[in-house]
Design a protein around this ligand. Structure first.
Ligand SMILES: CC(C)C(=O)C(=O)O
Length: 505
């Protein structure tokens, strides 16, 4: 069966830039346009609104220079206005070849905003289209507020379409301007128009106010539209537009009768670039592109992935240039740990795997997530601990750090089953801890090794609440040796490393 081709017009640089607080620079606009056309393979790009500013004029001009040189000029579009040719001059001077003319798609907007009759509006539109033609600019028309028009003034919409379909326009762009349509209304209105005006190219432009953007896009495709407007990361006015990533996945998986040119494997790269340039963070649970959406957290899911991929659906991360991940934390099981170890090229025997899993769960209880980068440190810590017989146990401690007072520590330590309690002050909390410990060892007539080096580091790639590792170098009369401690708290790390030392000397 031959599939029906659908054009994808990306409007990240026009409607997406209407996201509150977002403004792309000239070079960012150019880079995004190049990536959209050459990597993502969108069919058309709407890059700006006419007349906005001098900066926008320069951005449009430089994109058009590049587009002309590379054969893309008729795929670059600019939103323009019915303003007696002012937009046309602006576009002609910047090299634009296609305008998306903003006209009124509801009687409500026409009467209350423009205060014009349909006849006056149509005459002005006709004039602008002719002016554009005379300057070599092709026209698509937007019917702003079209969805309300279909609900409340369908006779006006039909009167408009009867007029416009006789004009030299390439495409008719139908926006759900306020994002109010339900999927069933989208299907009904678009089926109606596609049937009534055969052969006319209709684009659908969804907004996401009720989070129905993607669902409405799917209905529009099924109803027979010829094009869709999408934005990277769903950027756009208010709640944004239908998101490129979700719409593409839904079309590819649920509308096999149509064909789109988008290269799925480039979606993530483009999303990340737009995230950086726009400064708008992608929510971690945003389908396809969010940080967490391909991460299995529960041990039972990771286990199922090993057993005939029981927890996979068609949204395989590799399609979008991503990888499945297995989170480490209190809900992880052995399978999560094993999956991460495989990636690091490590293998543990069953007993060690159990210990490491237990430690990850304990840590997860404290800080909720542990990263893959933490794992080698945890392994070395857990396996290290098993080398020592725990003759000395630091059972409890209170450390105090208060402004204007010397740090102090009270500790309780068990040595060969005998319990000791001491307190001391120090230059810092760990120093106070070591001074209290020295008092305990004095009582036992034993001495402690000298601390000759103390280093702290966090696991690479971790954030400020990461696990840290303290590496302490000790010196006795006979030997120099190192112990390590791992925890999310720096002082606790040092105490853990010290307890290991106490069991070595
Ligand atoms: C400016 C217009 C075209 C728009 O984005 C909309 O109506 O949603």
């Amino acid at each position: 069966m031959e599939r029906r081709k659908i054009e994808i017009m990306d409007t990240t640089l026009r409607d997406g830039e209407q996201t509150s607080g977002v403004s792309f620079s000239i070079s960012e606009k150019l880079t995004i346009t190049q990536l959209l056309l050459e990597e993502l393979h969108v069919d058309r790009v709407e890059i700006a609104s006419a007349r906005v500013s001098d900066g926008e004029f320069n951005a449009v001009k430089s994109i058009l220079v590049w587009a002309e040189e590379n054969g893309y000029a008729d795929r670059i579009e600019v939103l323009s206005f019915v303003d007696n040719g002012i937009s046309i001059d602006w576009m002609a001077n910047s090299g634009v070849k296609v305008q998306n003319l903003l006209t009124k798609g509801s009687l409500n907007h026409l009467t209350h905003q423009l205060k014009k009759t349909p006849e006056q509006h149509f005459a002005e539109i006709k004039h602008v289209i002719e002016l554009a033609q005379s300057k070599g600019i092709a026209t698509n028309v937007y019917l702003e507020d079209w969805s309300n028009g279909m609900r409340n003034s369908p006779e006006y919409v039909y009167q408009y379409l009867d007029f416009i379909t006789k004009q030299p326009v390439k495409r008719i762009l139908l926006p759900d301007t306020l994002g109010i349509l339900t999927p069933s209304e989208t299907a009904k209105f678009l089926t109606e128009l596609v049937g009534r005006y055969p052969g006319v190219h209709f684009d659908f432009h969804a907004h996401n106010d009720y989070d129905l953007g993607t669902a409405n896009v799917l209905e529009a495709v099924k109803a027979g539209v010829s094009g869709l407007h999408l934005t990277v990361n769903g950027m756009g006015e208010r709640a944004g537009n239908a998101a490129m990533a979700s719409a593409v996945a839904v079309i590819n998986d649920f509308a096999p009768e149509v064909e789109i040119a988008i290269k799925e494997s480039s979606i993530y790269t483009v999303s990340k670039l737009v995230e950086t340039f726009s400064g708008v963070r992608i929510p971690s649970n945003k389908p396809i592109v969010g940080d967490n959406v391909f991460t299995q957290t529960a041990g039972i899911h990771a286990d199922g992935d090993n057993k005939n991929n029981l927890y996979f659906n068609d949204l395989l991360p590799e399609r979008f240039g991503r990888k499945r991940e297995y989170a480490l934390g209190k809900t992880s099981g052995k399978a999560n740990i094993e999956k991460n170890l495989q990636e690091l090229g490590l293998k543990l025997n069953d007993a060690d795997l159990k210990k490491v899993t237990q430690r990850v769960i304990e840590l997860g209880d404290k800080k909720e997530t542990v990263t893959k980068e933490d794992l080698p440190y945890i392994i070395s810590d857990v396996l290290d601990s098993s080398l020592y017989e725990e003759k000395v146990v630091v059972e409890s401690y209170v450390l105090m750090h208060a402004m204007g007072l010397r740090p102090s520590a009270t500790i309780s330590v068990k040595i060969d089953g005998e319990k000791f309690e001491e307190n001391a002050q120090g230059d810092g909390q760990f120093d106070a801890f070591m001074n209290a410990l020295a008092r305990v060892y004095d009582k036992k007539k034993r001495s402690l090794p000298k601390l000759i080096d103390y280093a702290v580091r966090i696991a690479p790639g971790s954030s400020s609440d990461a696990l840290c590792e303290t590496i302490i170098t000790w010196q006795t009369d006979q030997k120099k040796f190192i112990t390590r401690g791992l925890d999310s708290d720096q002082t606790v790390c040092a105490i853990k490393a010290t307890q290991k030392m106490l069991n070595i000397i």
